[in-house]
Design a protein around this ligand. Structure first.
Ligand SMILES: [Zn+2]
Length: 252
């Protein structure tokens, strides 16, 4: 890859290239990666920011919303000047300032059955930054269908959850195996339940980290586990769960 022969580019990524799990070969993998981020809010902000900084080559973002004042305490991609603008328009400009080599594809729409069927096959890894279970379950459905890697995040108050699914492999439980049906969106409602900025950024950063681990092929022991972080009590737990016998994921 020509870019890597460039001294400036080598310097830009030098602190991660020096890691034995990355190296030049790993950096090439990052340059060649195709990641779709669904939602550019509290979780999506750190996911997008960190993946762009890491040198991801092709990034897709699905987001239909505009920036609101109430977003600013946790959504670090935006500032006061951006209020009222479409998030995607802001992101397009910000991303170019961080990495002008990135190929960016934006989708100013809500993720749904029609568009996910078209958009999702173009990418290798799907990162969920949404705030509702129906969309998380849709991402689960289509990532299963196209055997993609999926990283789901969920946040509320001081807590965050992460699921990492590699549906290209066999024996992987899915989101529905864990919840056994669609949970109520009440627990994810930032407006009524409240949220502090750091939990969104911690969980989003961990999702970006898991995405990079997927790209680099670093052994991941998160199979059939949920990662639960509680910033109030400062605990991090991994809880096992099993494939459910009558789950739809068994029929694929
Ligand atoms: Zn399942």
């Amino acid at each position: 890859m020509k870019n890597l022969l460039n001294k400036k580019t080598l310097n830009k990524y030098s602190r991660q290239i020096v890691l034995k799990d990355v190296g030049i070969i790993g950096q090439k993998k990052i340059f060649n990666s195709k990641i779709l981020v669904v939602g550019a809010g509290g979780l999506g902000s750190p996911v997008i920011d960190l993946l762009v900084r890491a040198g991801v080559g092709f990034l897709g973002v699905i987001e239909h919303d505009k920036v609101d004042y109430s977003n600013l305490h946790r959504q670090t991609l935006y500032n006061f000047n951006d209020v009222g603008k479409y998030k995607l328009e802001v992101i397009k400009k910000k991303i170019k300032l961080i990495n002008n080599k990135i190929k960016l594809k934006t989708f100013k729409e809500k993720a749904n059955d029609k568009n996910l069927d078209k958009i999702l096959p173009k990418f290798d890894i799907i990162v969920d930054g949404t705030d509702n279970f129906p969309t998380k379950f849709l991402l689960n459905k289509y990532s299963l269908k196209y055997k993609k890697k999926l990283i789901i995040g969920a946040i509320s108050k001081f807590d965050g959850h992460i699921f990492c699914f590699d549906f290209s492999k066999k024996g992987i439980a899915c989101l529905n195996c864990f919840y056994q049906g669609m949970p109520s969106d009440e627990i994810l409602n930032c407006e009524s339940e409240g949220i502090l900025g750091p939990i969104a950024n911690v969980i989003g950063s961990m999702q970006a980290n898991e995405a990079l681990k997927f790209i680099l092929g670093i052994k991941n022991n998160s199979k059939n586990k949920i990662i639960i972080m509680d910033l109030l009590n400062l605990t991090l737990r991994k809880v096992n769960f099993k494939k459910r016998n009558n789950c739809t994921c068994l029929k694929r």
